[in-house]
Design a protein around this ligand. Sequence first.
Ligand code: ST9
Length: 436
Amino acid sequence: MFYRLCTFNKGLLIPGRGLTQGSQDPKEQGPLHIHEVRVKLREIVGASTNWRDHVKAVEERKLLHGFLAKSQEGLPPRRMKDSYTEVLLPLGGQPELREKYLTVQNTVRFGRILEDLDSLGVLICYKHSKIQAAQRSPLSIVTALVDKIDMCKKSISPEQDIKFSGHVSWVGKTSMEVKMQMLQLHGDEYTPVLGATFVMVARDSENKGPAFVNPLLIESPEEEELFAQGELNKGRRIAFSSTSLLKVAPSAEERTTIHEMFLNTLDSKTISFRSRVLPPNAVWMEDSKLKSLLVCHPQERNIFNRIFGGFLMRKAYELAWATACSFGGSRPFVVAVDDIMFQKPVEVGSLLFLSSQVCFTQDNYIQVRVHSEVASLQSKEHTTTNVFHFTFMSEKEVPLVFPKTYGESMLYLDGKRHFNSWAPVNLMTKNYLVEP
Ligand SMILES: CCCCCCCCCCCCCCCCCC(=O)SCCNC(=O)CCNC(=O)[C@H](O)C(C)(C)COP(=O)(O)OP(=O)(O)OC[C@H]1O[C@@H](n2cnc3c(N)ncnc32)[C@H](O)[C@@H]1OP(=O)(O)O
């Protein structure tokens, strides 16, 4: 068994090396309380507290257009440490917080952590792009991508304090990469739980078009390395998307894999391409599906009156977990999250259809894909908003999953690509942390 290699200590600047929180704002010393993150976001954007006031809040935000930069060069460069932020989730010191985070197995709900990471990532980007002259930010910063989350612990205790930290690690013209890590207190020491890389995109005050963000000032070889990693990540994403199975045919090796699987399912008693039987210890992909429907109420809105990205991730994660649980027949543990793309915003009031299925398995690992689409109450037209990829580890070996159709074969290969994008490194090094 293996976990993703926790490389994020290399990928995040360490406090104590000239890195302190809120270096732009002397009032901010020490970690923020988790509740303060959303309060601050609301203040920065000027979000309405009552849904009935949201139109007025949008109108007020239009007035901030004048603060938007005409070019990136017109914005002052910022250091990585300017956006560095620490947040405390005091599950140990404030037991009343635990309820919201608790699973029935007495661990922390990972879906809640996804929500906290999303809010923190956005706050970090607002710190990076803070305009001293304006009380409110003219930018609407949205989550575009969860590039990856590396887990290095099987489960998280609901009884010990948790600390999040992070900073902007790369910027483009209108996009920012944020690296975050989560640590948990054991004895008197914080130990790593996960590392996360998100990409956020800045939009204008009304969230209608792109908006420039401050360039990044590189101050040390360590930061140089982080920035270069951000460039590499961008290149990798472009390469991954240009070879997407939605655009180009599978490789020769992948075609062979699919054909061999197809041959394995042919009934040897009938000489027919149509007569298909499952090999032992295997499940048809179509039988691994779970679906859910959500009505998107105002309660789940973000500061821009769209549905909060963290909420979408929590719902998708919980469906994926249930899919892995029912498929594997034992308790699954998340080991990796990658490539969650937020293609389209989800409007308050829409119907959100989530569809989850196992698309690849190996030993006791289950790769689950969740596809989400929205439809308005008035129109029957469905639009894809997100695709989520989660890797789970089951307590025991799981069945193989077999595609029946060509479309399912592509899902299988895509799942295999996602699994292989991290698994070989971990298999080779075995350099992971075990649960303390
Ligand atoms: C009590 C009541 C309270 C009141 C309310 C307040 C409630 C409080 C509770 C809320 C909690 C706080 C939450 C705050 C968090 C908000 C975050 C969200 O939820 S957000 C919700 C969830 N998220 C959403 O809804 C977002 C939905 N998606 C979209 O809107 C669009 O797809 C897009 C804007 C992300 C990109 O649009 P597109 O037309 O493609 O844009 P362009 O071609 O113009 O490129 C612009 C830049 O983007 C780059 N880039 C693009 N894609 C990617 C990618 N995949 N990967 C990487 N990069 C990507 C691209 O390279 C370029 O970079 P650069 O070269 O300029 O540097």
